[in-house]
Design a protein around this ligand. Structure first.
Ligand code: MSP
Length: 650
C-alpha cells in the first residue's frame, strides 16, 4: 500500500516562519501516521525558487540567484530537520528534473490545443505571484498582502484554456466529495466553479529567472504553473516514466487555504489537459496567527519555529500545533497559551505519568514488571482510544487523534488514583493486585506512546525505550503495536523528567541573570534611534518580566553595510544594515564612540521589531544595543563568532 503526500513548496525570499512550519509539521504527522499504519510512504517537500521576490532578494543581498537559493535550501533543510520533519524527498524548482517535467507538461498542454498566444493587461501581486482582478482588490490593494499595491502589467502572454475545464472540474468535484477537504474549502471552490472560469496567463515576458517555454523560449513559464508541476517532477514525470507510473497520482496534497484554488482548479485542469490522473485528495489547512495577528516579517509578527522549538524542544511545539488547532481551521499561538498547554498536557499529565510509573516500578518491583491479569477496564479504554484515534487520523482530524491518545493518558492517571498502588504495596496480600496495576499502567503508557508517536516522535521513542519495548521505535506499527498485550516482562528504566514544569525552567534561567547578579555598573541599554536612554536599573524583584514579555522583543543580529555621520549631530550615526530579510536604515547615538569607518562591516545586535522613529528627520527602523558606563562612551554589544544577519538573540 503506497501513500504519496506532498506539502506546498515554499518561496525562499525569507526563512520559514511558524505558519509555514505548521504546514510541514502537520503533513509530517500524517506521513508518520501512515507509516505507523503500515503504508509505504513517500513524503515530498521542497522550495519554490522561480519567484520574482526570490530573485529580488538575491539581488538585494548582492548574490547570484542560484547561489542564494542554494544557501536557502540549506537553511530550510536545517529548520525542517530541527523540527523532525521526515521528508523522503526535497525538490527545488531550479533542478534539471523539474525543468524537464515543466517543459514536458507545457508541451503536452500546448499539443492538446490548450495554450494560445494573447495579451494580458491587469493587476499582478508579486507577493502572491498572482494575477488579480479589479473586483478582488480591497481599497486598491491585494486582499492577502494588504500593505501592497499590485503592479499593473501589460504584456504579450501565453494563456491556458482553463475555461474549457470548468465543467469537467465540477463533475470531478461532484463525483469525488472527498477531493477537497475540509468542506468549507470544498464549498468555496464549488461556488467559484459554478461562477465559471476564465483562461489564465501562463507565461511572463521580459524575465530571465524562470524556465523558458519550449515553443517560445523568449518567455518564461509563470511561476505557479511551474511550481505545481513539482509534484509530478519529483516522482519522475519527464525523467523516469516507470517511477512516475509507480507513484502518480499523489494521494494527498497538503496546502494552505489561500492556495487551494491553484491545487484544485488550475493543477487538475493542467493534468486533465495532459491526459494524466488527478491527485486523490487536497487538504486546505487553516492559518496560524501569532497573538491574533497574521504572521508577517515586515509587521514584526513572525515567529521563528526554531526559536519556539528551542523553548521546550520540537515535540511540545508539534503537539501544541496539532492538538490545539482543529485541523482545517485557523489557530493562534501565544507564548502564554503555549506554556500553559505544555504544563498541563506534558509536565503535569503525560510526563508525570511516566515518572510515576518508573518511580513505582523501581520502588516496588526492582524495575521489572511481569504480566498479570487481563488489562480490565484500562484495556477497554485503550481499545476505545485506538478506534477513535484511527478514525480521526484517517479523516485528517489530527486534533481529534491527539485528543484520543490523551483520553488514554487521562484514564491511566485516574486508574492510578483509583487503584492506589502505594496502598497495595503496604500489604503482601495485595501483591498480585499490585503486579496487575503496574503492568496495566505500563501497557497503557506504551499504547499512548505508540498513538502519539507521529506527533511527538522523539519523546515517544524515548518513552517506549524506558517502558522496555523491544521493537525499535521506527519499526513499531499500529497493528499490533497499539493493541493491548498481556505478555512479556517489562524492564523499566528511569530517566530525567521528560518535560520539567515551565515555571521551574524559567526560574532556573533567571537565577543567574537577575536575582543572583549584583547591580552592574552600566546595564545594557538602547543606543539606537539616537535615544540617550537613561541608565536602566537592574531589575527589582517586583519589576521582573515574564519570559513572554521578553520574547515580545525580537533581538537580532545585523551587519552594518554603510555608515555616515548625521549632519549637525554630535551623537548620531546613520547606518544601512542587513537584517537577514532586508536592508534597513537605522540611526544610533554612538557617534562619540565610533567613526563611520569603524562601523562598516561590523556585526551588531538590534531590536528588530521596534516601531520606526524619526531622528533629525531620518526614519530609524530598529534600535542598536550598546552599554554605556556612567559618564563613559557607549560600547556596542558584539558576538564571539561570525553570525548570519537575522539570527535571533535570546
Ligand atoms: N510557493 C507557493 C506554493 C507553491 S505549491 C506548488 C507558496 N509559498 S509560501 O511560502 O508563500 O507558502 C507555503 C505554504 O505555507 C502555503 O501552503 C501557505 O498557505 C502556507 N502558509 C503561509 N503562511 C501560513 C500561516 N501563517 N499559517 C499556516 N500556513 C501558512 O504559497
Amino acid at each position: 500500500m503506497r501513500f504519496f503526500l506532498t506539502t506546498a513548496i515554499d518561496y525562499v525570499n525569507s526563512r520559514p516562519h511558524l505558519g509555514t512550519a505548521y504546514e510541514k509539521i502537520t503533513a509530517d504527522v500524517i506521513a508518520r501516521y501512515k507509516r505507523l499504519a503500515g503504508f509505504d510512504v513517500h513524503f515530498l517537500m521542497g522550495n519554490d525558487e522561480h519567484s520574482q521576490n526570490v530573485y529580488k532578494r538575491a539581488i538585494e543581498r548582492g548574490m547570484d540567484p542560484r547561489a542564494y537559493c542554494d544557501l536557502m535550501e540549506q537553511e530550510f533543510r536545517s529548520v525542517w530537520t530541527q523540527l523532525d520533519i521526515s521528508f523522503d524527498d526535497f525538490i527545488r524548482t531550479t533542478e534539471p528534473r523539474h525543468r524537464a517535467a515543466v517543459q514536458k507538461m507545457v508541451q503536452a498542454n500546448h499539443d492538446a490545443g490548450d495554450i494560445y498566444e494573447g495579451f494580458y493587461e491587469g493587476w499582478y501581486c508579486v507577493s502572491c505571484e498572482a494575477f488579480k482582478q479589479e473586483k478582488d482588490l480591497v481599497d486598491g490593494k491585494c486582499p492577502i498582502h494588504t500593505n501592497l499595491i499590485p503592479e499593473w502589467i501589460k504584456e504579450k502572454n501565453y494563456f491556458f484554456r482553463l475555461s474549457k475545464y470548468c465543467r469537467p472540474l465540477l463533475d470531478h468535484f461532484h463525483a469525488n466529495p472527498g477531493f477537497l477537504q475540509p468542506d468549507i474549502r470544498r464549498n468555496e471552490m464549488l461556488r467559484l466553479l459554478e461562477g465559471g472560469l476564465e483562461d489564465i496567463s501562463v507565461s511572463r515576458a521580459g524575465q530571465s529567472w524562470g524556465i523558458p517555454l519550449p515553443f517560445a523560449p523568449e518567455n518564461v513559464v509563470y511561476v505557479w504553473y511551474d511550481a505545481l508541476i513539482n509534484y509530478a517532477a519529483a516522482v519522475g514525470y519527464g525523467t523516469d516514466e516507470e517511477r512516475f507510473r509507480t507513484w502518480w497520482p499523489a494521494n494527498l496534497h497538503v496546502v494552505g487555504k489561500d492556495i487551494t484554488r491553484f491545487h484544485t482548479v488550475v493543477w487538475p485542469a493542467m493534468l486533465m489537459s495532459a491526459g494524466l490522473p488527478l491527485p486523490a485528495q487536497v487538504f486546505g489547512h487553516g492559518w496560524v496567527h501569532f497573538q491574533g495577528q497574521k504572521m508577517s516579517k515586515s509587521l514584526g509578527t513572525s515567529l521563528d519555529p526554531v526559536d519556539v522549538a528551542g523553548r521546550f524542544g520540537p515535540d511540545p511545539l508539534r503537539l501544541y500545533l496539532v492538538k490545539e488547532i482543529s485541523y482545517g481551521s485557523d489557530g493562534d499561538f501565544t507564548w502564554d497559551r503555549y506554556t500553559e498547554r505544555y504544563n498541563v498536557d506534558l509536565a503535569n499529565n503525560f510526563g508525570n505519568l511516566v515518572s510515576r510509573l518508573s518511580a513505582m516500578a523501581e520502588k516496588y518491583r526492582n524495575n521489572r514488571l511481569a504480566p498479570a491479569g487481563s488489562g480490565g477496564r484500562l484495556a477497554a479504554v485503550a481499545a476505545h482510544a485506538l478506534g477513535r484515534y484511527g478514525a480521526a487520523m484517517d479523516g485528517f482530524a489530527l486534533h481529534e487523534g491527539a485528543a484520543a491518545a490523551f483520553q488514554l493518558v487521562d484514564a491511566t492517571n485516574e486508574y492510578i488514583a483509583q487503584t492506589t498502588p502505594w496502598a497495595l504495596a503496604k500489604d503482601p496480600a495485595h501483591s498480585s493486585a499490585l503486579d496487575e496495576v503496574l503492568f496495566n499502567v505500563a501497557e497503557a503508557i506504551r499504547i499512548a506512546a505508540v498513538l502519539l508517536m507521529p506527533i511527538m516522535p522523539r519523546s515517544c521513542g524515548e518513552i517506549l525505550r524506558r517502558i522496555g519495548e523491544p521493537t525499535a521505535a521506527t519499526d513499531v506499527r499500529l497493528d499490533p503495536g497499539a493493541h493491548w498485550r498481556n505478555e512479556g516482562v517489562r524492564d523499566i528504566s528511569k530517566g530525567s523528567a521528560l518535560w520539567p514544569r515551565a515555571e521551574e525552567m524559567v526560574a532556573d534561567n533567571t537565577t543567574d541573570t537577575h536575582q543572583g547578579t549584583p547591580q552592574a555598573p552600566g546595564a545594557t541599554q538602547a543606543a539606537g534611534s539616537g535615544l540617550t536612554a537613561a541608565e536602566t536599573p537592574a531589575p527589582q524583584v517586583d519589576n521582573r518580566i515574564s519570559i513572554d514579555d521578553f520574547m515580545k522583543v525580537e533581538l537580532r543580529v545585523a551587519k552594518v553595510m554603510e555608515a555616515e555621520s548625521v549632519p549637525k549631530s554630535k551623537k548620531l550615526v546613520k547606518m544601512k544594515i542587513d537584517v537577514g530579510t532586508e536592508q534597513r536604515t537605522i540611526v544610533a547615538g554612538i557617534a562619540e564612540a565610533y567613526t563611520p569607518e569603524q562601523l562598516v562591516g561590523r556585526t551588531i545586535a538590534i531590536v528588530f521589531n521596534l516601531k520606526p522613529a524619526k531622528l533629525m528627520g531620518i526614519e530609524s527602523n530598529g534600535m542598536v544595543l550598546a552599554a554605556s558606563p556612567e559618564g563613559g562612551k557607549p560600547t556596542l554589544v558584539s558576538f564571539d563568532g561570525e553570525l548570519p544577519p537575522g539570527t535571533r538573540v535570546r
